[in-house]
Each structure stands twice: as C-alpha cells, then as structure tokens.
Write a new protein. Structure first.
Length: 386
C-alpha cells in the first residue's frame, strides 16, 4: 500500500525525507509513503524541498502564505492519504515569549485542522516543540487535541526525546499522530529501546566532512569572539565559564544558557535552533568557532547529499527549524506497521490520548491499556490528562 502524502508548513524537508525513507515490506506487500504536494511560505525553504524531495515535480510545492492559500490548489494536484504539519513553534517555544495560542503564529495550527477536515486522510502527523503543552496554562494544547479529535480521529500525543532514538542532539518534540475513526487501526508509541546514544563528535567526525561539501562555509568570527571562546570549556557557556571581565557579556536580566555554549563531545548536542543572533550558532568543543551549516545538518541527521538552498543565514534557519529525519522516521515506520498489522515494541505514552469510541476495543489487550482513556470533552481531558 502506498500512502499519498501532503504537507503544510513543510520546511526544508525533514519530515518528508523521513516519510519517503520509512518504507517496509510485509508478506510481499510494500507499505510506503509517497510525496504528493507540500506548501510553505519561505522561498528558500521551498527550493530546498524541491531540490531534495521532488526534483522532478517542482510544481507540487506551493510557496504561499498558508493564511491566503486556497486548498483547491492542493486538491488539483492530488488527494492524499496522509498529512503532516509542523505548525510554527515561535509562540510555544520556551526560548520565546510563549504567547501561545494568542500570538501571531499560535493560531496557525487551525490550518492543519482545516486540511484534516477537508482531505479526510487516513492518518496525520503533527509536530511542535515541547513548550506547546504548557502554553496558555495548558489550555492551548488541550484545545488543539480537541479540535483534531472533533474531526473524527483518535489522537495520540507523545513528547519524544529524539536523543533516545539515536539522534545526536537533545531535541524534544511533541508529535501528535491521528488515525481516522472508521479504520480498524490503533497506534502505539514506538519504543526507544535498542538505539545507541550518539555523541555530537561521532556525528560530525565520522565520517569526516569533505572540505568541498555543500553548506560547509565557515563563519568569520571576530577577534573578540575567538578570544572569548578560548576561555570556554566543552559544555560551558558565556555565563558559566571563567572569562576575563573585558570579554564578559554585558547582559542584564535572563542569561540564556546556550549563548556561546560549546558542545560536549562526549554527549549528544544541545538543541540546534534556527533563530537568534550572535552567540547562538552552536560552538565547536575544541576549535574556536561556530559550527558550519553542514555540521549542524549532521546533528539534525540530514545526509550530506541533502543540499540546502539560500544564503548562509537562510540555511542556518532552515536547519534549526527542521525535524531530525532519522528521529521521526521511526514514527512513520510505526504508522506503516500499524496499517500492515505488524506488531512492534512500544512504550508507555507520556500524554493521554484522545480515543474515539470505535478504537477503544483495540486496546483491550494493549500493553499500556491503563493509560488509554476515552476523552470526549476538553474538560475531561484536563482531568484525565493531568
């Protein structure tokens, strides 16, 4: 079975790369996910997606503001069986002001709900930062889950810590999987057992990056930055290191822990971000410099063959905003296994699902059935979800 796949807020293609590489074979039948269409507002991002995901079908990527996009444009390209949307995280991230659903970007999740309502896919996958669950004192997250449930889907949220799935970066993301209620298919959280912890040193140095690799330009560091980095040890930042006064940052108020923070080569990297000015570019554990975009892409598990389009700063943003393909590929494979009726090792969900009545019987013998509850109202979720 081949699932036709559509994406909103597609970014450079982290989710799409994971989806297209999640193919499995079972009883002589292939279960795979095939690109149909995608949309994003950023021109460089769309060019990156076209170049790496669908180079022979460039017109299937629509570069347009989602708030102005007519979904009929997508329908003319193809109907879809699966939809993914990593709706903008700016208003939910712990790094920002956390305006949540009341911010400029917070309400954009509704366009994902609108797509689910219009296309009625067999399944969907939505992604956002861990801060989503606490936005607006938790009410924003509950409202998003309720909206998706109301479209006729059982909804399975989980906070995935991707470093536990072999990603060389501490990146924590809420992934919401939805299964249409008329399908006799349930979903379980794929287990993180069996994945070795991968350090940032392993990711960057093994194998060595070719000096002529794409997106391997070095950042020109000022003399002051170079001198400051000389005093910062692996794992330290500009505020925890013992730095001479003339090289210290003149910062009042909150001191962000990732400013001029060096990587610890014996651990997964800290979270790679796509925004922020000087001091936020992720710094090498030994050399007095920021990482190149190719090194950052490796921490995000993009293969070296994946070429990002645009200026160096545009590429930095694209990489930082992306989903690590190798991490989310595990989730796409779990979805395919569910539809193929293949049993797989799973783990206890850390968030309470919204279950449609039609799906309750699927969990009579589920390993974590005590966690599975029918949630029909927003108020009930706030009680049973905790």
């Amino acid at each position: 079975m081949i699932f036709k796949f559509g994406e909103l807020f597609c970014g450079p293609g982290g989710l799409a790369w994971a989806a297209k590489n999640a193919s499995i074979n079972f009883n002589n039948e292939q279960f795979s996910i095939q690109h149909s269409w995608a949309t994003d507002y950023d021109r460089d991002t769309c060019e990156t997606y076209r170049a790496n995901i669908c180079p022979k079908m460039p017109k299937t990527v629509i570069c347009e503001d989602i708030r102005k996009l007519e979904y009929s444009k997508l329908e003319k390209i193809s109907n879809v069986d699966g939809i993914a949307f990593g709706f903008p995280c700016n208003d939910f991230s712990v790094v920002g002001e956390q305006k949540g659903i009341d911010g400029v970007y917070g309400p954009l999740y509704t366009y994902g709900v609108k797509a689910v309502s219009r296309f009625k896919p067999m399944w969907f996958l939505a992604e956002n930062v861990g801060g989503l669950r606490n936005a607006n004192d938790g009410s924003a997250f509950a409202k998003i889950l309720q909206s998706l449930f109301d479209e006729g889907y059982s909804v399975y949220p989980h906070l995935y810590k991707f470093e536990k799935y072999g990603v060389p970066q501490a990146r924590h993301r809420i992934i919401i999987v939805g299964i249409r209620k008329d399908l006799n298919v349930g979903f379980n959280i794929p287990s993180s057992n069996g994945y070795a912890v991968k350090t940032c040193r392993e990711a960057i140095e093994n194998p060595p990056i070719d000096k002529n690799a794409n997106n391997q330009e070095y950042t020109k560091q000022s003399k002051t930055v170079i001198e400051r980095l000389k005093y910062i040890k692996p794992g330290e930042n500009a505020f925890t290191a013992d730095i001479p006064e003339h090289l210290q940052l003149n910062v009042k108020g909150a001191k962000i822990s990732q400013i001029y923070k060096r990587l610890d080569p014996n651990k997964p990297a800290y979270t790679v971000t796509g925004s922020g000015g000087g001091g936020t570019h992720v710094y090498h554990w030994k050399e007095n410099r920021a990482l190149t975009n190719r090194e950052r892409a490796r921490l995000q598990t993009f293969p070296d063959s994946f070429t990002f389009c645009g200026s160096k700063e545009s590429v930095r943003k694209q990489i930082g905003m992306a989903v690590p393909p190798q991490g989310v590929q595990v989730i796409f494979q779990a979805i395919l296994k569910c539809f193929a009726d293949i049993k797989y090792e799973c783990e206890e969900p850390n968030m309470t699902p919204f279950l449609q009545p039609e799906h309750l019987t699927l969990y009579n013998e589920a390993p974590f059935q005590k966690q599975m509850r029918l949630c029909e109202t927003l108020q009930e979720y706030q009680v049973c979800g905790g």
